[in-house]
Ligand binder design. Structure first.
Ligand code: UDP
Length: 335
C-alpha cells in the first residue's frame, strides 16, 4: 500500500512537493504562486497570526494546493513525500513582533527546528527565510554577507533579530551535522501587493495614510535609509537560490537606497495626496542605514532586480487602492 498523502497519487507523481510555512503571508503566498508555476504541488502551513486567507483565496480548488492551519512552533506532522521545505513563517514587521515577542522567538527557534526536522525526516531540501535584521544597526555599509552585524539582543527588535540569527545557526548545524541540503536567504525590505495595510511597515503605512488623507508619519528626521525590492524580483532571487549548491547566507534585495523622507515624498507625489509629512519619535534601535551588497547573488545566481522603484510602487499603490475594506479599517484605526 502506498504512503498516505494530502494529494492524489497522480499529482504527487507529476512534480516536486513543497511545504511553505507562513504560506498565507505576503512572501509565502507569492512564493507559492511561483512554485505552482514551476510545477510544484504546495502545502501551505500557517497559523494565520499575521497571514491572511485573502492572500490565498485565488488558490481555492487548485488540485496542486493544500492549506493546513497549524502553528509550526508545534511539531509538524504531514503525510506523504516532501521535496522542499521553505520556512517563511514569522511575524515580520516591527509592530507585529513588538506585539508578539514570544511567538516571534518561538517560530524562529522552535519553528525552525520543527521545519528542519520535517525536511530531515522527508529527505527534503530546505530554505530558510532570514533577514537583513541579522545585521542590526549596521556599522558596515552596504551590508555584505560576511559582516556579523550589530544587534542589540535585549532591545525591542531583539526578539526578531536574535530568533533569525538562531535560525541561521540551527540551519547551518543541520547542514553540517546531518549533511542536509539547506539554503539561507537574507531578505531586505520588500514591498508589493498583499502586504497588510496595517502591518506598520513604512510602505503600507505611508500608502494607507496618503490614500486616506492622514499625515505621513516619518519617524525621526527621516534621514535613515532603506532599499526597497519589488516582490517578484525577491521571489525570483529566492527561487534561483533554491536551485543552487550554495549553503551560506545570500542577500537578496534591491540596492536602490533612499531616505525615508524621500520615500514619503515619492508616495505623496504618486498618490497626489494632500497629506502632509508629520515627524514622530524614532523607535529604539531603528537601523540608520540599510542597503544590500548583492555581489554574491549576482555572481552565484546570475540574479539582480529588474523592476524599477517607479514601476513597483505604482503597482503597489494601485493594489492598495483596490483594498477598500482594508482602507476603511485603516482610516478607522488611524483616528
Ligand atoms: N517608518 C516611518 N514611519 C512609519 C513606519 C516606519 O518613518 O510609519 C520608518 C522606520 O522608522 C524605519 C523605516 O521607516 O526607519 C522602515 O521601517 P519598516 O517598519 O518598514 O521596517 P524596517 O526596515 O525598520 O524593518
Amino acid at each position: 500500500m502506498s504512503e498516505p498523502s494530502l494529494f492524489p497519487r497522480d499529482v504527487v507523481e507529476q512534480g516536486p512537493v513543497s511545504v511553505v510555512t507562513g504560506g498565507s503571508g505576503f512572501l509565502g503566498s507569492h512564493l507559492t504562486d511561483r512554485l505552482l508555476k514551476e510545477g510544484h504541488s504546495v502545502i501551505a502551513v500557517d497559523n494565520l497570526v499575521t497571514g491572511n486567507t485573502r492572500n490565498i483565496g485565488h488558490l481555492a480548488g487548485n488540485a496542486r494546493y493544500r492549506f493546513v492551519k497549524h502553528d509550526v512552533s508545534q511539531h509538524i506532522f504531514l503525510p506523504g513525500k516532501v521535496d522542499y521545505v521553505w520556512h517563511f513563517a514569522s511575524p515580520a514587521s516591527p509592530i507585529d513582533y513588538l506585539e508578539l515577542p514570544i511567538p516571534t522567538l518561538k517560530v524562529g527557534a522552535l519553528g525552525t527546528h520543527n521545519s528542519l526536522g520535517l525536511a530531515k525526516a522527508k529527505g527534503a531540501k530546505y530554505l530558510l527565510a532570514s533577514t537583513s535584521e541579522c545585521y542590526g544597526d549596521p556599522l558596515i555599509h552596504p551590508q555584505r554577507e560576511d559582516y556579523w552585524g550589530n544587534v542589540n539582543p535585549i532591545g525591542p527588535r531583539g526578539c526578531y533579530d536574535e530568533a533569525k540569527r538562531f535560525a541561521e545557526a540551527m540551519t547551518m548545524a543541520y547542514h553540517r551535522y546531518h549533511k542536509m541540503d539547506t539554503k539561507i536567504v537574507r531578505i531586505f525590505n520588500t514591498y508589493g501587493p498583499r502586504m497588510r495595510l496595517r502591518d506598520g511597515r513604512v510602505v503600507p503605512a505611508f500608502i494607507g495614510q496618503a490614500l486616506t488623507g492622514r499625515p505621513l508619519t516619518v519617524f525621526g528626521d527621516g534621514r535613515q535609509t532603506r532599499s526597497f525590492c519589488y516582490v517578484s524580483d525577491l521571489i525570483d532571487g529566492i527561487f534561483r537560490l533554491s536551485q543552487s549548491n550554495f549553503h551560506e547566507p545570500v542577500n537578496v534585495g534591491n540596492p536602490h537606497e533612499m531616505t525615508i523622507l524621500e520615500f514619503g515624498q515619492h508616495v505623496q507625489r504618486i498618490t497626489e495626496t494632500k497629506s502632509e509629512i508629520e515627524f514622530r519619535a524614532l523607535p529604539q534601535d531603528d537601523p540608520k542605514v540599510r542597503q544590500p551588497d548583492i555581489s554574491r547573488a549576482k555572481a552565484l545566481l546570475g540574479w539582480e532586480p529588474k523592476v524599477p522603484f517607479a514601476e513597483g510602487i505604482v503597482d503597489t499603490i494601485e493594489y492598495f487602492r483596490g483594498q477598500e475594506d482594508q482602507l476603511a479599517a485603516f482610516a478607522q484605526a488611524e483616528r
